[in-house]
Design a protein around this ligand. Structure first.
Ligand SMILES: *Cc1c(COP(=O)(O)O)cnc(C)c1O
Length: 383
């Protein structure tokens, strides 16, 4: 039954293992010790992956990843303090949008669709705006697939005395992060990305002292991470109904993550997936939006070929018929589409998806190699 589902080449929800799905075939009481132990184990494992055992705490929160982002911003950011948001895509924009809703003052460095924010420009900006108390950056900006240089950004934040908050939703678990070394005040991620769990909750790894001082600040009762943390510390339970089955699946996913060799094992498989995908697609004539240096092992944006016979909806359906779900593009300047490398995907699936793309082109009457995109990555920069 499960094998017939198409593979999801999307950045979460993604294709999970059969054993992760099977972990959900039980019911748990939310007050029961068996379940509380599971929550504690999950948090302990996550802190370990982030190297934050000594300095940070892990707080899970019900909902999708965005709920966790909103919870972190609302809980940690003082209403009067100024925040700098580094934007190069939809998820950076969403952070700004959340702050606006929360009435928290913020400034932006907006690099457009796919240029990375660099340490030097962030340093110059912070120098000009010494009142900035925190900087928020997206680790892998999933809308283009770019891997932002968080280490150089963390270094300049530290130098300027600004706290760093990282939306590492689509990177944590596959890209190495050491929260105490970076340093990083809070790192946010969710169950259904690189740890390969099912959707239902997000979590934040937060500097303990910072969270301790955050009582009563959050605008929202249900998103108050200080309350959630204190309650969990005291009772072992989530405040309000936990996503029990999702937590059980996530614990199993974390065990499988560890068995694969932890972050380095997972990164190796995703990078191999990406390399196979990019090489195969380039052979078919497709061009990547980003130069190799900025390609994440998470998701890759390809520019649509400039041909009247190429239509994304049609292309999508042709590929889905062959057992793979891809993702539409998110660029404002030109047509594109995205293919993910994360989830239970291995060499075989990456090779098969290349064959599926070739077949789809053939069925659409598009000769191989496909023609180049309307805008090449080089002239996109000036577009
Ligand atoms: C997936 C993702 C989110 C959260 O999205 P949800 O749809 O709310 O789960 C936030 N930031 C990034 C970078 C993401 O990839």
């Amino acid at each position: 039954m499960f094998q017939k589902d198409p593979y999801l080449l999307t950045p979460g929800p993604l294709t999970t293992s059969l054993t992760v799905k099977q972990a959900m075939l039980r019911d748990w009481g939310s007050w029961d010790n068996d379940f509380n132990d599971m929550t504690a184990d999950v948090c302990r494992r996550l802190l370990e992956v982030a190297h934050g055992e000594k300095s940070h705490v892990c707080v899970p929160i019900q909902g999708s990843g965005t709920f966790a982002v909103e919870a972190v911003l609302g809980t940690l950011i003082d209403p009067d303090s100024l925040t700098l948001v580094l934007i190069n895509g939809a998820y950076g924009q969403r952070i700004s949008q959340i702050l606006e809703r929360l009435d928290r003052p913020c400034l932006e460095i907006d690099k457009g669709d796919y240029e990375p924010p660099r340490g030097t420009e962030v340093a110059a900006f912070l120098n000009e705006h010494p009142e900035v108390k925190q900087v928020v950056v997206v680790h892998c900006e999933t809308s283009s697939g770019i891997l932002n240089p968080i280490a150089e950004i963390a270094a300049v934040c530290e130098q300027a005395g600004a706290r760093l908050i990282i939306d590492s939703m689509s990177a944590f678990g596959a890209l190495p992060v050491n929260v105490s070394e970076l340093p990083c005040a809070a790192l946010i991620s969710s169950a259904n990305k690189c740890f390969e769990g099912v959707p239902g909750f997000g979590f934040a790894i937060i500097e303990r002292s910072l969270l301790e001082g955050s009582q009563g600040r959050c605008h929202s009762l249900s998103l108050d991470l200080h309350d959630q943390w204190r309650y969990m510390e005291k009772s072992g339970q989530w405040r309000y109904t936990p996503p029990t089955h999702v937590v059980a699946a996530f614990q199993q996913a974390l065990k499988e993550h560890e068995a694969e060799g932890g972050v380095s094992g997972r990164l190796a498989r995703y990078a191999r997936n990406r390399n196979r995908l990019v090489a195969g697609m380039r052979e078919l004539g497709f061009e990547t939006l980003l130069a190799d240096e900025w390609l994440s092992p998470i998701i890759t944006t390809f520019l649509s070929p400039n041909a009247s016979t190429f239509n994304f909806r049609h292309f999508y359906d042709e590929i889905k018929r062959q057992g793979f779900v891809i993702y539409p593009g998110k660029l404002t300047v030109t047509d594109s589409f995205r293919v993910g490398c994360i989830g239970q995907l291995f060499d075989e699936q990456m090779d098969d998806v290349i064959s599926a793309v070739a077949k789809a082109c053939e069925n659409m009457g598009l000769a191989l190699p496909v023609p180049p995109p309307a805008l090449t990555p080089e002239n996109l920069k000036s577009a």
